[in-house]
Design a protein around this ligand. Structure first.
Ligand code: SF4
Length: 269
């Protein structure tokens, strides 16, 4: 099987067989705009059935069919990964894209791979996740005052979406951000890709994005302003195996950034 059919009982599946499917970039723009008028659940539902990027649709479904040996007895989700967590978050975590055998398998962002193991353990230590692990869509995990999104919603080969794929997917994160913006006080960007995507997405919804562009770094902070609202953008190295195996990112380093996010987001939690 190449993917889970919408509305067939997968835990947390936001879509049904009636959910409209975007097949082109123009359809993503239109369906994201009209979904935003209906609310976050509809954005999540439409994201989760999108087929607008031919290369990524083929890849995510090939991976879901062929599987990794360790997961050969599991059904893979094989669809785009919607945002997950609180619908009214004070803290938003922005990553790059789902992992082929992680979220593309489990159907939930950062769930079922090594990066997620690091991220959820740290979120739990700083009080933003109920459990220290995140293994399946029905494992009982909950984020506290926090939501996670991927910039590009389908698993890309080598973890590298093209610029066209990134831009095709952008209306989804922009629609989501537009609905979350009244709640979010802190954005944690994982890696330079998440940092740039956050700046682009806030600019797209009409916020003043500082010039020159704030530089990404681990522990970097920038303030974004939109009318009378302000958000603190925090940078963290991505908890990829490349960073965690080499010691570029350590547990205390990740805890420091997420702890700062928890402290800044705390007054309204
Ligand atoms: S990457 Fe985004 S726009 Fe492209 S198919 Fe996946 S969800 Fe749709």
């Amino acid at each position: 099987m190449s993917n889970v059919a919408p509305g067939t009982g997968w835990p947390g599946d936001p879509a049904t067989s009636e959910t409209p499917v975007a097949g082109t970039a123009a359809q993503v723009r239109r369906l994201a705009r009209t979904a935003a008028a209906e609310g976050l659940d509809e954005v999540d539902a439409r994201v989760s059935v999108c087929r607008a990027c031919p290369r990524l649709v083929r890849w995510r479904e090939d991976v879901a069919r062929e599987k990794r040996a360790a997961f050969r007895d599991e059904t893979y989700w094989g669809r785009p990964i919607p945002g997950w967590g609180s619908p009214t978050p004070q803290i938003l975590i922005v990553g790059l894209a789902p992992a082929a055998h992680g979220a593309n398998r489990t159907g939930r962002v950062f769930t079922g791979d090594r990066s997620g193991d690091w991220l959820f353990a740290s979120l739990h230590r700083v009080g933003l996740a109920r459990l220290p692990t995140s293994v399946r869509a029905d494992d009982g995990q909950e984020l506290i005052g926090t939501r996670m999104v991927a910039t590009v919603r389908c698993a890309p080969p080598q973890n590298k979406p093209t610029v066209t794929e990134r831009d095709t997917c952008a209306p989804w994160i922009e629609a989501e951000l537009g609905l979350l913006v009244e709640h979010v006080r802190v954005v944690v960007a994982l890696g330079g890709y998440g940092w740039d995507a956050t700046l682009r997405s806030y600019a797209a919804i009409g916020w003043d994005v500082v010039r020159p562009k704030p530089r990404f770094g681990h522990g970097a902070e920038a303030r974004l302003v939109g009318g009378d609202r302000e958000v603190v953008l925090l940078g963290s190295y991505h908890p990829s195996q490349q960073n965690t195996f080499t010691g570029r990112l350590t547990e205390p380093m990740l805890d420091e950034v997420l702890g700062r996010a928890a402290a800044l987001g705390a007054p309204l939690r």
